[in-house]
Design a protein around this ligand. Sequence first.
Ligand SMILES: *Cc1c(COP(=O)(O)O)cnc(C)c1O
Length: 357
Amino acid sequence: MKLFTVGPVMMHKEIIDAGGRQIEYFRTEKFSKLIIEIDKMLKKLLDSNNDNILLSSSGTGAMEAAVINLFSKNDKIIIVNGGTFGRRFVEICKSNKLQYKEIKLDFGESLTKKHLTKFRNKGFTGFLMNHHETSTGTLYDLNLVSSFCKEQNILLVVDAITSLISDLISLKGLKVDIMIASSHKALALSPGLSILSLSDNAKNIIKKTNNPGYYFNLAVAIQNFSRGQTPFTPSISVIYQLHKRLSILFEGEGFLREKNNIVNNALYFRDKIKTLPIYIPHNNLSNCLTPIMFKNKNVDAYIIFQKLKNDYDIVVNPCGGILSKKMLRIGHIGNIKKNDFDDLISALKDLERSNEI
Ligand SMILES: *Cc1c(COP(=O)(O)O)cnc(C)c1O
């Protein structure tokens, strides 16, 4: 089986092994040291002195934690909503009874200065965005939003869950108050762990927030973090994996090699499909994935997903909602390389020959 999904993704053998060993008791100096080393490596990875809090939840838990710990009912929040994950921020604000306004973007539409201008000097205090809207494969301009939030003194939360490593490699110079990452996307670990990178500004606000709930109270998490611990039992095996993965990324040219592999996968795949009856529906692409559609309007993308899975043992990412019959997403992250894309292209060529695409 080969995964061309965006999460979970193909994992490296060393990482599978790191998660497959007996778990140790964690209220120990040894485990605290591991957490502190992870934070140091994440600081290096992100080019930032912001502390990195580990939460044992999938990315959505970290999105909610960021929102409820930074904002309360008097805040006015701007949300970029260009797909499933933008809508998730909307639903999080709605269910926590927070005030928000949406910047609704069409499929593949880019975020521009024009979208932001009308929010200038209107008393907004928060901004939520997904750097890469994974549901459509659209990458948004983080520099633009960061400058806007700097100018307007607005707290910025960036879901970088599928842009970390593939597109976002440094927080330097950006005004990002909370950056969210999670374990099973480009980090290529098991699911169940997320990372919140917190600016000093964010930490100060978190300390003063009323009612951030119980399990996701980040003030308590920050307190525990200062001694290399978490308030509750963390996903220990995923933490072992994260430590191993970061250590490998910092061996020699490891990080550059990883980033280049993702970029090369994307370029290679996009070039190879030029000869197939397939097209890419928009231009605002990330390195993380390529959205594809079929020139023949009668092709049902979901059936192609099933065919690739059942007949070729190749799993690509289907889409939800109205896109499910129209589009597939081909992931470029994790332990996949050029020769894996050759297999995928060859399967697609087969389907072309048998007139299925
Ligand atoms: C995967 C993903 C999430 C988190 O989804 P979970 O199912 O909670 O892991 C959030 N935002 C984006 C952009 C994602 O791609």
